[in-house]
Write a protein that binds this ligand. Structure first.
Ligand code: NDP
Length: 327
């Protein structure tokens, strides 16, 4: 038996609770992992609260991030004792995830724990931080350089936003943070934001084009915020879109794209090919200051993760939440 959060949905309703789970209930997979840490991402918040249709099979163990140690493996790439990391691949949605003391997984989904980080640091970065790095890599690939102008980061006090600010600042970019929490302005400036703007400026419907400002953007909000950012991006600037914290719609026009040559890059971390993941993790090892990571992170137990998930969806959680599944 092992402890884990189990999400159930039946006549009694949708609910999540810490349960004792029998090993025989573990799903199919060629690698069994003793989980050291998992984390709470926006998607885990939706899964645990049932506020979004993230979980596709019931019962489900949530947790899209896993750092742990291989207990048993039928996969030639892994042996007992190997330290491994997993982000995404539908884990915590269609396959049991990391918010439990044990997981059975496909070896193809795992990467070795990056040598720059402890297991706890790797999940502190987690899917949110690795997605922030995918956005930074996309900005670089499209040719955005630190001298080109300001980079705007939305949902700044959340997980993706916090890591994006720390990494962009370290790379020499001038970062403007957009946040709905004025109380977090000092935190955002300590992470590296040159300026903090209230998110209400971006969340109302805007014009197809506005004054050109951003050389690049990392947007986790979507909806009018993404549309307004595209409308105020410089000629040939680049906007990376990875989130929907403000809505799934995109009420924009083609004006920024056909009149200013703005590039909109979609970012997906879940099915991102392994080679690109390895690059992102290698770059995080170089470009994320671990002291800043410590500032971003706080830790909860498995049981505490359940109420924390609701707070995360309400936008009340700052930075990243590590879950120590063994306490
Ligand atoms: P967090 O909850 O940690 O951060 C989201 C932040 O967005 C909040 O902290 C808040 O920041 C802001 N926000 C929340 N609600 C609203 C709203 N209604 N309008 C405007 N801003 C809002 O989540 P994550 O950082 O983990 O994820 C952020 C988004 O990115 C999510 O939509 C998630 O699904 C997506 N994501 C996508 C991935 C991909 O592969 N494409 C991978 C990882 C995440 P503040 O208080 O500073 O305004």
């Amino acid at each position: 038996m092992f402890k884990g959060i189990l999400i159930e949905k039946d006549e009694a309703g949708y609910r999540a609770a810490v349960k004792d789970i029998d090993d025989s209930q573990l799903p199919e997979g060629d690698v069994t992992v003793r989980v050291d840490y998992s984390s709470l991402n926006y998607k885990d918040g939706l899964a645990i609260t049932g506020k979004g249709p993230v979980v596709r099979k019931f019962p489900m163990v949530p947790g899209i991030d896993i750092a742990g140690t291989v207990e048993a493996s039928d996969n030639p790439a892994y042996k007992a004792g190997d330290r491994v990391l997993l982000n995404g691949w539908g884990v915590g949605e269609t396959h049991w995830g990391g918010l439990a003391r044990k997981a059975r997984l496909k070896g193809d989904w795992l990467v070795p724990l990056p040598s720059a980080f402890t297991a706890r640091q790797a999940v502190a970065i987690g899917t949110a931080g690795y997605t922030a790095m995918l956005c930074v890599l996309a900005l670089e690939r499209q040719g955005v350089k630190p001298g080109d102008g300001e980079i705007v980061v939305t949902g700044a006090a959340g997980g993706v936003g916090s890591v994006a600010i720390a990494v962009l600042k370290r790379l020499g970019y001038t970062v403007v943070a957009v946040s709905g929490r004025p109380a977090e302005a000092d935190y955002l400036k300590q992470l590296g934001a040159a300026e903090v703007i209230d998110r209400s400026i971006f969340s109302a419907p805007g014009k197809p084009l506005g004054k050109e400002r951003w050389a690049g953007a990392v947007d986790v909000v979507g909806s009018h915020t993404l549309a307004n950012i595209c409308a105020t991006t410089q000629y040939r600037g680049v906007v990376t879109a990875c989130g929907l914290a403000g809505g799934m719609d995109f009420p924009s026009s083609v004006a920024p794209f056909i009149l200013r040559g703005v590039t909109l890059v979609g970012i997906d971390s879940v099915m991102c090919p392994r080679a690109e993941r390895l690059v992102a993790w290698e770059r995080l090892g170089r470009d994320l200051d671990v002291d800043k990571l410590a500032m971003i992170t706080h830790e909860v137990s498995l049981a505490e993760a359940i109420p924390m998930a609701a707070q995360l969806i309400e936008g009340k959680v700052r930075g990243r939440v590590v879950v120590d599944v063994n306490r």
